[in-house]
Design a protein around this ligand. Structure first.
Ligand code: GRF
Length: 201
């Protein structure tokens, strides 16, 4: 597999770890970008000798400057596929345009239900009996692009944000690497909002 992957992170990086551990995707991860220094995800990159860069939004005057720097960095590293794995910033239109249909995000709810940064807490507070994980392509709107994969996770009696997040993570760690592999292998076929995933070769 020749494709080059960049993973954008902000925190613990358990999804990054799942990507690094996936046999097709792992060797293709050439760059990890974090918007925060000193996060566990950066240690995970270093443990695998993957190049890492901290792109701190505070060091840019505006969002556009940050987006331009991000695009330049991705191009410098000849990146083909960008994975947002717990990246807590909005990816600006310049980045979306430059990597149209090649940016993949994982979200801990069944979109279009519960978009945004507090999806697990929002689903619990709403009282849903079933929530889940969505892996989707990134477009100009938040948590909105064409859906690559979804899997339901039941909410059980006594669930807390912590316990539910843990079960959602188990699904994320399976679904995100599978869809990253499909994107890398050119098996993602987008037709408007509808996506067909071709079989692995
Ligand atoms: C995941 O639950 C993901 O869905 C959300 O942020 C969390 C990141 O977790 N966008 P980690 O940093 O991969 O452990």
């Amino acid at each position: 597999m020749e494709g080059r992957v960049a993973v954008l992170v902000s925190g613990t990086g358990t999804n990054l770890q799942a990507l690094l551990d996936e046999p097709t995707v792992g060797p293709c991860v050439h760059l990890v970008i974090s918007d925060r220094p000193d996060v566990r995800a950066l240690e995970r990159a270093r443990e695998r000798r993957v190049a890492d860069v901290v792109l701190d939004p505070a060091s840019f005057r505006g969002g556009e400057g940050h987006d331009e720097a991000l695009v330049a960095l991705l191009r410098d590293h000849a990146i083909d596929v960008v994975i947002l794995a717990g990246y807590m910033r909005i990816v600006g239109p310049r980045v979306v345009e430059a990597f149209r249909d090649r940016i993949v995000n994982v979200h801990p709810a069944l979109l279009p239900a519960f978009p945004g940064a507090t999806a697990v807490a929002d689903a619990l507070a709403y009282g849903v009996r079933v929530t889940g994980v969505t892996v989707h392509l990134v477009d100009e709107q938040i948590d909105h692009g064409p859906i690559l994969a979804q899997e339901a996770v039941p909410v059980v009696e006594g669930d807390t944000v912590g316990s539910l997040t843990e079960r959602l993570h188990e699904v994320e760690h399976r679904l995100l690497p599978a869809m990253a592999a499909a994107a890398l292998e050119g098996r993602v076929h987008v037709d408007g909002r509808r996506v067909a995933i071709g079989g692995s070769t």
